[in-house]
Design a binder for this molecule. Structure first.
Ligand code: ATP
Ligand code: MG
Length: 480
C-alpha cells in the first residue's frame, strides 16, 4: 500500500490555474515543480500567504504522524489550512485527488480551520478550483481536482467521523480529544489509505497528545513532533504576549503561550478524571427531565457563570453552560429566572456569600433557589464533592473549552499559614467561576426538584393488581 505523502514526492506539472503569477509556461522553469512539491512555496506563490519560519518547518515535514505543540496565536489555524489546501490542490504522491478530514473537539472549533481554508480558496487565484462549499450539516469543500476537505467534530467519541477514509486527518486542539476517540474513530480513517495523522494543539497536561509528542521526539522515523511557542509568530507583538502573563497563572502561561507540557501536581482535578467525564453534547430542555442550576454571580468581574445539570438519571449530565456578561444584578436575576423556567422549573444553587439580598431577589421571581456561603472549609467540601462525583463517574459534561480549561488549571495553593486555598490564583484573568457553578449545581438537594411524575410512577404494579381485583365490583355493575 502506498503512502499518501511519500517523502520524495515526484515533481508533477501544475495545471495552468496553479502557475505562479509571472511564471511563463513553456519557459522550462523548475518553479512549478518545486511549488508543487513544497507546501511552503505553494503557500507563498499560490495561496498568497508566506509561512513564517517555524510554520515552514511544520509544513515541510511529511512524517506519517506529525505533532505540533503550539502556543496560542502561533499560527496553527493558518498553517493547518495551508497544509490541507496544498494536499487538496496538488494531490497525493501520484497527483491523484485526496480526501482530508479536519477534526476538533467541537463542531465550532472544527470549522475554524475550515473557514480559513474557505477564505484562502475564495479570495485568491485558487477560486476557479472550487466546485462546491457546503456548511451544513457538515463543512465540506469539493475541488474541481476531485479532492475533498471535510471538517467534523470529535464529539460523542467520534460518532460523526466513522465510515470515511482519509489521506490525512488534521486534529486541531488534539490535547482535548480523548485517547479512545483517537484510537477508535480517528486512526481507522487512515487505515486503508495509509494516510497521515496531524495532531496540533496547545499542550494540556501529560495526556495522549503528550504521548504522541514524546514519541515524535525520539528516534521513531514515522513520527515527528515540534514545540512552537507563540513568540515564534512574527505577526504577533511581544508586548501582547507579555501582557497575557499577568492575566493568568504561571502554569497556564507556560502551557498556553510557551507551549510547555506541565504535570498534574498542583491541580485539583486530574486530567484523567476530566477526560473520562467529557462526554455528550449540550441539550435543549426535554419533557419530564429534572434540572439543577449552579450560578456563580459576578461580583468583581464583568461576567458570571451558569451551569445547567440534567439530574434525571445517573450519571448527571451538564446540558448547558452560560456566561452572563455584565455586573448588573437585575439583568443577571432575570436571565437566571428565564433559564430556570426554560429548563422545566429548575432549582438554583447560587453563591450568596455576603449578598443575601441577591438570593431574596431571585426567590421573589418564584424560582426555587438556595444560597451557598463560602468559607475555606465549605469551599473545600463543595469542591471535594465535585471531585468525588468525577471519581465515581457520576457526572459528565460536553467538551466546552471554557469549563475544561478552568477545571484543568484549578489549583490547590498553600497559604503562609498552611491553609489550603482552592481556585484559580488571584490574577485578573484567571477564571474559576464555571467550576464553582458546576460544583454548586451538584449541591442542589435532591428533594428541591422532584422529578416530574409520569404515569408509570403513579400506576404501580400493585395498583394494577388492585385494579384487576376491584374492577368487577366497582365498574362491573355499571357496565365499564
Ligand atoms: N504566515 C502568516 N502570515 C501572516 N499572518 C499570519 C501568518 N500566520 C499567522 N498569522 C496571523 O497570526 C495570527 C494568529 O494566527 P492563527 O489564528 O493561525 O493562530 P492560532 O495559533 O490558530 O491562534 P489561536 O491560538 O487563537 O487559535 C492571525 O492574526 C493570523 O492572521
Ligand atoms: Mg486557531
Amino acid at each position: 500500500m502506498r503512502h499518501a505523502l511519500a517523502p520524495t514526492a515526484p515533481f508533477l506539472p501544475l495545471s495552468p490555474a496553479l502557475e505562479p503569477t509571472g511564471s511563463r509556461s513553456g519557459s522550462g522553469s523548475a518553479a512549478p515543480y518545486q511549488i508543487r512539491a513544497s507546501p511552503t512555496l505553494f503557500s507563498h506563490f499560490v495561496a498568497g500567504v508566506t509561512p513564517h519560519t517555524t510554520q515552514a518547518q511544520f509544513l515541510e515535514d511529511r512524517s506519517p504522524v506529525k505533532v505540533a505543540a503550539c502556543g496560542r496565536r502561533w499560527g496553527k489555524s493558518t498553517a493547518a489550512a495551508l497544509d490541507v489546501l496544498h494536499l487538496a490542490v496538488v494531490g497525493d504522491a501520484e497527483g491523484a485527488p485526496t480526501e482530508q478530514m479536519i477534526v476538533a473537539p467541537t463542531a465550532d472549533q472544527a470549522t475554524i480551520i475550515g473557514d480559513e481554508v474557505e477564505r484562502l480558496l475564495r479570495n485568491g487565484p485558487l477560486s476557479p478550483l472550487v466546485r462546491s462549499i457546503t456548511h451544513a450539516p457538515f463543512f465540506e469543500v469539493a475541488l474541481t481536482t476531485g479532492s475533498v476537505i471535510r471538517a467534523r467534530s470529535a464529539a460523542n467519541e467520534g460518532k460523526y467521523l466513522r465510515g470515511r477514509g482519509a489521506h490525512r486527518v488534521v486534529v486541531d486542539e488534539a490535547a482535548f480529544v480523548s485517547e479512545r476517540t483517537i484510537q477508535e474513530a480517528i486512526l481507522p480513517l487512515l487505515a486503508d489509505t495509509n494516510g497521515q495523522l496531524v495532531l496540533i494543539s496547545t499542550p494540556f497536561g501529560r495526556n495522549t497528545f503528550w504521548e504522541y509528542f514524546m514519541r515524535g521526539q525520539g528516534g521513531d522515523p514515522t513520527c515527528r513532533s515540534y514545540q512552537f511557542p507563540s513568540h515564534q509568530n512574527p505577526h504577533i507583538s511581544q508586548a501582547y504576549i507579555e501582557a497575557q502573563r499577568v492575566t493568568m497563572t504561571g502554569a497556564q502561561f507556560r502551557a498556553e503561550w510557551l507551549a510547555e507540557f506541565l504535570d498534574d501536581q498542583a491541580t485539583v482535578f486530574a486530567w484523567a478524571l476530566i477526560e473520562r467525564a467529557t462526554q455528550g453534547t449540550v441539550a435543549e430542555p426535554a419533557p419530564a427531565h429534572r434540572y439543577m442550576i449552579g450560578w456563580d454571580p459576578a461580583k468583581y468581574r464583568d461576567r458570571s457563570a451558569v451551569i445547567v445539570l440534567d439530574g434525571t438519571s445517573q450519571p448527571l449530565r451538564v446540558v448547558a453552560t452560560r456566561r452572563l456578561e455584565g455586573r448588573d444584578y437585575s439583568s443577571q436575576i432575570a436571565a437566571i429566572a428565564a433559564l430556570a423556567g426554560q429548563y422545566n422549573g429548575a432549582s438554583v444553587m447560587m453563591d450568596c456569600t455576603g449578598n443575601a439580598a441577591l438570593l431574596e431577589q431571585l426567590r421573589a421571581t418564584g424560582v426555587w433557589c438556595d444560597g451557598f456561603t463560602f468559607t475555606n472549609a465549605t469551599k473545600q467540601q463543595l469542591i471535594d464533592n465535585l471531585v468525588m462525583s468525577l471519581e465515581r463517574d457520576l457526572l459528565t459534561f460536553p467538551p466546552e473549552q471554557d469549563l475544561i480549561t478552568e477545571l484543568r488549571y484549578y489549583e490547590y495553593t498553600l497559604s503562609a499559614s498552611g491553609a489550603v486555598k482552592l481556585g484559580a490564583p488571584d490574577r485578573s484573568g484567571a477564571f474559576d467561576d464555571m467550576v464553582t457553578a458546576l460544583a454548586l449545581s451538584l449541591w442542589v438537594p435532591e428533594q428541591a426538584t422532584p422529578q416530574l411524575v409520569t404515569w408509570d410512577d403513579v400506576w404501580t404494579p400493585e395498583q394494577e393488581q388492585e385494579f384487576e381485583r376491584d374492577r368487577v365490583h366497582i365498574g362491573g355493575r355499571r357496565g365499564w
